[in-house]
Design a protein around this ligand. Structure first.
Ligand code: GDP
Ligand code: ZN
Length: 309
């Protein structure tokens, strides 16, 4: 039978069969994707073949189909081992918040360029709008304006009042969307709102450091209807990029990449080269200042490869 992995702990799996039933599975020891160095051989989102063992009623995964795409989590130890968070996803949703806690644009841009590097589209979900004062509202409108112009859909929502949820649901329909975000932004609350019957634990935001509590568990996929699935990634703040070169950073800012066709030098880094079309658009206000500053910060940071927090 062919199914899709909805949960992977590395030692056991939940696989959804053709009748949308979740079946507990283990994996045959010798099933690994060819050439893979990954610690867990099957990840959430993988399409797999499995057989039911008559004795136990449980499944055994015998084949993993090749992946359309996948994203890797930053390694938390020094083992240099890759850990795939999820595969075969249609888009990534970054949940952010502009009041308690406040997400910085540096974090947003690092997330977006990482997804770009994986060839994955992103949307931005601004949550907790029911709590916003004038400043937070202004910031939310500004972010919507700037990022939609670049090509990232932005949704203003409240997991509590359900404002904006219908519009967000329309975007999510018929896709597999991976949800990420700093703890405390309301990702769990949002998923509880979006997935019928889901009851994820909702944490408290500590007032002192504006950081929510979280426990690191495994990514899990949830079905919202026949055609739509969401993936929760608890404890994952951002993704790792393997072989990410400093010189490539600007190509993952879509507006800079588009402009770079008109730069005088084709290897222009848009820093202080003459005839730079990116800097021209920056001066004209066509390219947004904070995006450009975040570009410089990422370009100049020594640890752009490993740790972006
Ligand atoms: P997570 O860490 O991102 O999963 O965030 P949680 O879903 O655990 O929520 C963190 C805190 O924010 C909890 O106290 C939630 O009740 C609160 N929260 C989440 N969404 C909203 C919202 O839309 N409005 C308001 N006012 N509070 C929210
Ligand atoms: Zn340039």
């Amino acid at each position: 039978m062919t199914g899709r992995v909805f949960k992977s702990t590395g030692s056991w799996y939940l696989v959804e069969d053709a009748n949308k039933r979740l079946i507990e599975c283990r994996i045959k020891g010798n099933v690994r994707l060819k050439g893979s160095r990954n610690t867990n051989p099957a990840s959430v989102g993988d399409v797999v073949d499995f057989e039911i063992e008559p004795k136990t009623g449980k499944g055994v995964i015998s084949k993993i189909f090749s992946r359309k795409n996948y994203i890797i989590r930053r390694s938390t130890n020094l083992s240099k081992r890759e850990h795939i968070i999820a595969s075969n996803i249609d888009q990534a949703a970054l949940v952010v918040c502009f009041k308690n806690p406040r997400t910085l644009t540096g974090f947003i841009d690092r997330f977006l360029i990482t997804a770009e590097a994986y060839g994955i589209k992103s949307i931005i979900v601004i949550n907790k709008i029911d709590t916003y004062d004038e400043d937070a509202e202004a910031e939310a409108s500004y972010i919507k304006l700037v990022y939609e112009k670049i090509g990232y859909p932005v949704f203003l929502v409240s997991a509590h009042t359900h404002k904006g949820i219908e519009e967000l649901n329309e975007n999510l329909s018929q896709k597999i969307t991976l949800f990420s975000g700093h703890s405390g932004v309301g990702k769990s609350s949002l998923l509880n709102t979006l997935v019928p019957g889901l009851n994820l634990r909702v944490g408290e935001v500590s007032e002192s450091n504006e950081k929510g509590t979280h426990t690191t568990t495994f990514a899990q996929m949830y079905r919202t209807n026949d055609l739509t699935c969401l993936i929760d990634t608890p404890g994952v703040k951002s993704f790792a990029i393997v072989d990410f070169k400093r010189e490539e950073v600007a190509t993952y800012f879509p507006e800079m990449f588009r402009a770079s066709a008109n730069c005088k030098y084709n290897n222009c880094l848009h820093i202080n080269e003459p005839g730079c079309a990116v800097k021209e658009l920056l001066e004209e206000g066509e390219i947004c200042e904070h995006r450009y500053e975040n570009y410089l910060n990422i370009y100049e940071s020594d640890n752009y490869k490993e740790d972006w927090e």
